[in-house]
Design a protein around this ligand. Sequence first.
Ligand code: AMP
Length: 177
Amino acid sequence: MADPRLETIRRLIRDVPDFPKPGILFKDITPMLADRRAFGLSIDLLAESLGEAQPTAIVGIESRGFLFGAPLARQLGVGFVPVRKPGKLPYKCRSVSYALEYGTDRLEIHEDALGPQDRVFLLDDLLATGGTMAATCELVEHSGAKVLGCRFLIELGFLAGRARLEGRDCHALLVYP
Ligand code: AMP
């Protein structure tokens, strides 16, 4: 039987049709974040999903990955490293470009944020096509760090993002097939 804690989270995720553009069914996590119990449970479940692994840091992807990555890092007692959109990080950066439906986008990390001594989990709120997370894996690995795995609150299974992350330890708390 499914963990009842997952149901507590699932019923607080709101579907918003046609946002930010027609045809997209947006998963709005704000009701869940506003619920003290559900938000806490989401962090507990993400921590449990890491098993016995002992990461040196948690990497969160701007911006909703920060909402889960930072409290998870705090709970594990490790540091938090942000991956951000271009031009947001103030110090010297590494960057990676990746394809979007139309055009390309870029993500950045501070060049001294991670090194070969690091073993990290990457956090985002939602896995859709997998492009964002695949690019983040590349960025983190360029730093010399080891990617232990990728974690999400939500996976949209029908977009097959997991295929882009083949061979990696990927887990989402809630999967919409
Ligand atoms: P992708 O690179 O296609 O896996 O897209 C993942 C990113 O886009 C995540 O950072 C999500 O926050 C966001 N995203 C994509 N689709 C949705 C959706 N249907 N609802 C909410 N966020 C989404």
